[in-house]
Each structure stands twice: as structure tokens, then as C-alpha cells.
Design a protein around this ligand. Sequence first.
Ligand code: NAI
Ligand code: MG
Length: 350
Amino acid sequence: MSRVVKLAVIPGDGIGPEVIAEAVKVLDAVTAGSDVSFEKTPFSLGAGRFLETGDTLTDDDLDAIKAHDAILLGAVGGTPGDPRLKDANIERGLLLKLRFELDHYVNLRPSKLYPGQPGPLAEPGDIDFVVVREGTEGPYVGNGGSIRRGTPAEVANETSVNTAYGVERVVRYAFELAERRSKKLTLVHKTNVLVNAGSLWQRLVNEVAAEHPEVAVDYLHVDAATIFLVTNPSRFDVIVTDNLFGDILTDLAGAVTGGIGLAASGNINPSGASPSMFEPVHGSAPDIAGSGKADPTAAIGSIALLLDHLGLREEADRVTRAIESDISERGSAPRTTVEIGDAIAARLQA
Ligand code: NAI
Ligand code: MG
């Protein structure tokens, strides 16, 4: 039986369209001749669209995107500091709006140091873990404000929101993922200082842990976690953490595993009630846009996450293996975006 997956594609700005072209090339290669096909609808969103039309993400855009099974996003955003984009608010008005509206409560960020990949650590050991970052709560929800703005008595607040419902569902996802991997889960928080939120997270982890006796559970304060991510990253398998800690930890995780050109991510609604979104962690890199220097590996890795999410595990594994073997055979001669995409796609046809 043939299956058609409706995929919304948001190439975005800067290197976004460059890396997405390679990701789509790999998606087409891995599904060629199979009984699943992807029907792709392009959406023009981001800084470029804002400069043309003055809008960021309309209700019509959102409805149209919701009618898809999944979303592939490159990167959105212009050159930081561009005065024409002062009011664009791409981060809140587009990226966060999609995450909140589509209830992407799992932000999944795998970190793997591929064999042969140079990184900054002298003795990295075996790095292969996944950060499950909560995606819809924490200090990101816009629950705050400021008064007496611009005066010496200004007050500015962003309240971190943690609901039992929101924490439990992401914790459950993390335990299920740990069951599929090497059965080790680390809660990262700051329970000694953020005592209210921390207590909620810790209690829910304890409760869900009781249903997963096979999973070894560990806890680290976020500051200690940054130390171990550098000194002993092999100790991690699944890390579950809140929105802000996860944001910071995953940048560090990306750095120790060879950098921003490799880091893939998924913004996932595991219930399937709305489409999940897959994207490289990096931004639109205006400094290298148009030069062919962008590494499309992170975007291609996001294709593996997309396929896995859709239950196409075999295809996902083939993409991951193609990336791994490409990285292990990368020489020191730089390759262009298209050359890397071609090389990975070619390994899938072989
Ligand atoms: P960035 O990730 O775009 O770039 C940071 C540095 O990494 C730059 O030197 C860039 O050349 C390099 N880099 C990024 N991706 C690369 C790749 N695939 N291959 C090789 N080098 C790569 O972050 P930056 O400069 O802070 O932001 C640029 C724009 O992107 C801003 O408008 C920002 O708001 C936006 N942004 C968008 C994101 C998204 O769409 N999810 C995420 C992060 C930033
Ligand atoms: Mg970030």
C-alpha cells in the first residue's frame, strides 16, 4: 500500500534554502522506489517574506501548515541588527508561535560524535545522547512584563511556567525514549534554587520512573551538567530538562560533538494532533549565505529524525548510516553544500 506524506517545507532565509535543497535531495533518494512518497508544499516565511509583505506568520499560513503531516524548516532570520527587521520578531512571532500553536512539547536534540569527526575535546570518549527539552513551557511562554520601563526603577519579569500536565508528558516521552536506547535517563534542573519548579519536575520523574524499573535515573544540577558535558559526556544517554536549560545545554552539546553544521533537531507533538517540525539547530548564517560553505549535514540529520517520527525507521537508519559514513570519510579538503548533499544522497542509491 502506498503512503503519501504531506510535507510543509519552509526553506527560510540565508543558508536555509541551501541546506534544505540538500535535505530534500536526500529525502527523495532514500524514498526513491519505495511505497512512501512525500508531497511537498513550499512556504515562504521568514525575514525575506517580512521585508516583502510586512507579516511574519498569518492565521492563513498557520491553517495551511496545520493541514500537513510534518514540517521541514531550514532557518529563518536576517542579519542580526538589520534595522529593517526591528519589528519582525521572527523568534517569537514565527518560530515560537509555531512551537506553541502546534504544541511541540518535545524538542528533541540528539548529540552524537561520529567516528572520524574532529571536535574540541581531547578525549571525548563515546558521545551519543539525546536531550529531550520541554518545548511549550518554562520562561519562554511570554508570562511576564515590565513596568516603569526606561526609568531607574524599571521592573522586568518573565515567569517560568511549569504545569504538572506539561512536565509529565515530556517526562513520559523521555522515559519511553530511554527504553528504546540504553535505558539511562538524567533529569537536569536546578532543584536547589528553583525549588518549586524543581520539586514538581523531580516528583514527576520519580513517579514515572516507578513505571520504568529498567531505566536507571540520575539527577544533575544544570551547572554540574555543563561540567560533565565537557569532562565526561559518555555518561549521558537521555537528558530530560526544561525549556531554558535545554536551550543552553544543547548548544554546548552541539559544540562538543563537532559543531553547529551537524546538529539536527525535532520539534515534536508526539500525540500527532498537529504536525511536528524538523530543523537544523543552526540559524540562517547570513555571514556565509550564498558562498556554498554551509554544511547541510544538520538539515539532512533532521530528515532522519523526520523519518523516524513518521515510523519509517529503516529509512531513518539508512540516512543516519549515510551521514556516518560520509563523515568518517571526510578529508580535510572543504566541500561545498551541494557536494556534501550529493555525496550523502549517492550513498543511499548505492
Ligand atoms: P547561526 O547559527 O546562523 O550562525 C552562527 C555561526 O555558525 C555563523 O558563523 C555561521 O556561519 C555558522 N554556521 C551556522 N550554520 C552553519 C552551517 N550549516 N554550516 C557552516 N557554518 C554554519 O546563528 P546567528 O548568526 O546567531 O543567527 C543568524 C540568524 O539566524 C539570526 O537572524 C537568528 O535570529 C537566526 N536564527 C534562526 C534559527 C532558526 O531558524 N531556528 C536558530 C538560530 C538563529
Ligand atoms: Mg538556541
